[in-house]
Design a protein around this ligand. Structure first.
Ligand code: 3H9
Length: 700
């Protein structure tokens, strides 16, 4: 019996198999089963050709990711595609939307492919720590050649229908009426007695150049993807495609796919796929909450941050008014933006025409009155509460009613800023990460009075400008920086207890962090933390061992990369970091002053201390309701702080190691290290006691 997700009907001599499994026609068990039945019907009726087409917004967007990790249900996709490949009738895939992963593998197994001009195809499995496991690594190079297949499958990035046609992955592109065109194409092919072309039957060989390309890609990807396994396995499958018959290549692909599926890296990347999508959902928000349409935005502060934010909006086609105190400041800001775009042009990322179009969206002003009609204002002046309050009081008198008033503060109280206005419900935080035009994270910070509509607007506009937005409640440092304090503290303590900057950074980088903590401090500037500490009492500053070295470095004029030296010495040309004995002299003096006898620290201790310090604080702010869900914290860390996606963020890291093991380790640190730093988060203790999971935790 055929289910409703797949139907089969005749259009003259052509049979049409239609899939209707919203939202993205994923290849769930019901779909695979339905296609198998429809293929059986089509094989025995008097149809001459079969079109495979999809309802809704897209062609099949891949295997159903929710089914991975569950017991497999027949028919498997490879079995289904074996049947499709050997079908007695001529088969045609009709592609619209995005034919991705297993969906594109279905299309590649059909004899011919027709696509709408707006369609895209791709094999994004690598982004889930997987590889195309239903013939994609074997059919793609046979059709498009090895270099194109390497590019498509290791990048995971989709390509346009037109590009796919150039690569012979698609045979025909049409502007509209896809299904009718596909049926007509079927009739035409039958009339021409076109062969039942099977990608699996095409010959492929490995030239010396291909071999060199694959070897160099292996080395390049090993470095770029920092220990991700899937890209290496993909390249092995592509070599197998070229060196062995189709069936053996397919067998190798299956083996490598199963290794990927069982790999914790894939579990982490699949977690991140759903985490990103969950982050967009605001709990308890009334369904009828409507975001306000944002067509114009004012940005206050034309420095690095304000300029980066302006670029994000301008690129999304939103009119930007960039405001600063003086004409000189806005002129400099605009020049910096133009310089950034010139670099993008040089690297081939943007064309001059695209840049001109984007720059035309930015106007500048040194007069706040020009913000009277904008839909949203984002304040990006320096981190000083009094200054920010002044700015907001001024905006309150100028901006139209209903305008969203956002602060890009990293730490300050949104509630105090909102109290400087007569409309606190319109005020919230929109915390971008530097460089704002590059970093994907946006923390949307809800103040006590921020309205649902204002929150929904910030989340929606974040999506529009290409950010992954995460809602944070109000606390000092919000989600990301509040946790970072604990991570930074442990890095500093590891150093003073006996490690070196190079050991700490390379331990964290080998584990997967994009950059080690001390190298990050050098990049951000050590003077920032120094100035922040100057405002604090001794008690607020905490354990002197956690900041003494940083203070001494700043006092010695070592502010980080900008002064050519910090925890490291930097090559003025390449900016490459080098270890510096002067730093170790400062560390040694600090150890002596604090009476610390240095000891040897293992890399594993460094990694454990830094990651557990993050996750323990994460659990605290989850229980306080600052983060809506554990996976939101993971999104913050992977998109804002260079945490490796293939580890799935700090909360997924401890969930996958076992919360009981994580808690036992924290307790061990409590016994060995400063006990004040290692109080197990009550939520973690509770979950271990009840056998609960962070992933299922919802605050009552
Ligand atoms: C694969 O195919 C392996 C094979 O090679 C081998 C097998 C043997 N499964 O992203 P959106 C959900 S691996 C299950 O917001 P958009 C998604 O969670 C797969 N669910 O929409 C969301 O749910 P909710 C290779 C899926 O328009 C809803 O659909 N394929 C899947 O911004 C809407 O999604 C991929 O990696 C799925 N495959 O973007 C493609 N896909 O509403 C993954 C989506 O509850 N998908 N959902 O939050 C995408 O890249 C985007 O979803 C797409 C649409 C571009 C298609």
């Amino acid at each position: 019996m055929m289910g409703t997700v797949v139907t089969y009907e005749r259009h003259g001599s052509v049979g049409v198999i239609r899939i209707n499994n919203p939202p993205v026609n994923a290849l769930s068990h019901a779909v695979r089963h339905g296609i198998m039945e429809a293929l059986a019907t089509a094989s025995t009726d008097d149809s001459l050709a079969v079109v495979l087409s999809c309802d809704g917004r897209t062609f099949i967007a891949g295997a159903d990711i929710t089914e991975f990790g569950k017991p497999p249900q027949a028919p498997s996709l490879p079995d289904l595609l074996l049947t499709l490949d050997n079908h007695p009738k001529l088969t045609i895939a009709a592609i619209h939307g995005t034919a991705l992963g297993g969906g594109f593998e279905v299309a590649l197994t059909c004899n011919y492919r027709i696509a709408l001009a707006t369609g895209k195809v791709g094999l994004p499995e690598v982004k889930l720590g997987l590889l195309p496991g239903a013939g994609g690594t074997q059919r793609t190079p046979r059709l498009a050649g090895l270099p194109a297949a390497v590019d498509l499958i290791t990048s995971g990035n989709p390509i346009s229908a037109q590009r796919a046609m150039t690569l012979q992955l698609v045979d025909k592109v049409v502007e509209d009426s896809l299904e009718d065109s596909a049926i007509a194409y079927g009739v035409e092919l039958v009339e021409q007695s076109a062969p039942q072309r099977q990608a699996s039957a095409l010959a492929l060989s490995l030239s010396a150049e291909d071999k060199d390309l694959i070897e160099s890609m292996k080395a390049k990807l090993l470095k770029k993807t920092r220990g991700e396994h899937a890209p290496q396995r993909i390249l092995d499958c592509l070599i197998a495609a070229a060196e062995s018959p189709f069936e053996s290549g397919l067998k190798r692909e299956r083996e490598e796919f199963m290794k990927c599926l069982a790999d914790p890296q894939s579990a982490a990347l699949r977690h991140m796929f759903f985490a990103e999508r969950a982050a967009a959902k605001i709990e308890n928000m009334p369904k009828d909450t409507k975001p306000v349409a944002i067509t114009s935005v004012g940005i206050i502060g034309a420095g690095t941050m304000g300029g980066g934010i302006a670029m994000c909006f301008a690129q999304a086609g939103i009119a930007v008014t960039l405001v600063d105190m003086t004409d000189e400041a806005v002129k400099l800001g605009l020049e910096k933006i133009a310089k950034n775009y010139a670099i993008s042009e040089k690297k081939g990322r943007l064309t001059r025409a695209q840049i001109d179009l984007t720059m035309a969206n930015i106007t500048t002003s040194s007069n706040f009155d020009n913000l009277a009609n904008v839909d949203m204002v984002i304040e990006a002046v320096f981190e000083n509460l009094e200054v920010k309050k002044e700015v907001f009081a001024k905006l309150d008198g100028i901006c139209k009613p209903g305008a969203v008033l956002a602060s890009n503060t990293s730490y300050q109280s949104i509630d105090e800023i909102a109290a400087a206005t007569t409309r606190p419900e319109s005020v919230l935080g929109m915390h971008f990460f530097s460089p704002a035009n590059v970093m994907k994270l946006l923390e949307v910070v809800k103040g006590a009075a921020s309205s649902d509509a204002v929150i929904a607007t910030a989340m929606a506009v974040g999506k529009k400008i290409g950010k992954v937005s995460v809602l944070s409640g109000m606390c000092y440092g919000f989600i990301g920086n509040r946790m970072l304090k604990h991570y930074g503290r442990e890095a500093a303590l590891c150093l003073i207890e006996g490690s070196t900057p190079a050991q700490i950074d390379s331990a964290m980088e080998s584990w997967g962090m994009a950059m080690g903590p001390l190298a990050v401090s050098d990049l951000a500037g050590l003077d920032i933390g120094y100035k922040a500490r100057e405002q604090l009492t001794a008690e607020q500053k905490g354990d002197p061992a956690s900041y003494m070295v940083a203070d001494r470095l700043v006092e010695a004029g070592r502010l980080g990369q900008k002064s050519g030296a910090g925890y490291y010495q930097y090559d003025p040309e390449t900016r490459e970091r080098q270890e510096d004995s002067a730093v170790m002299s400062i560390v040694t003096a600090a150890r002596q002053e604090l009476g610390i006898t240095p000891r040897e620290l293992k890399d594993a201790e460094i990694v454990n201390r830094l990651t557990l310090a993050l996750a323990n604080e994460g659990a605290k702010l989850l229980q306080e309701g600052i983060a809506q869900r554990a996976s939101d914290i993971d999104v913050v860390y992977c998109y804002g702080y260079g945490f490796p996606r293939f580890k799935g963020g700090p909360m997924h890291t401890i969930e996958s190691m076992g919360l009981d093991i994580a808690v036992a380790q924290i307790n061990e640190f409590h016994g060995q290290l400063n006990p004040e730093h290692w109080q197990v988060a009550p939520l973690l203790a509770e979950l271990v006691d009840n056998g609960g999971q962070l992933a299922d935790y919802h605050r009552e």
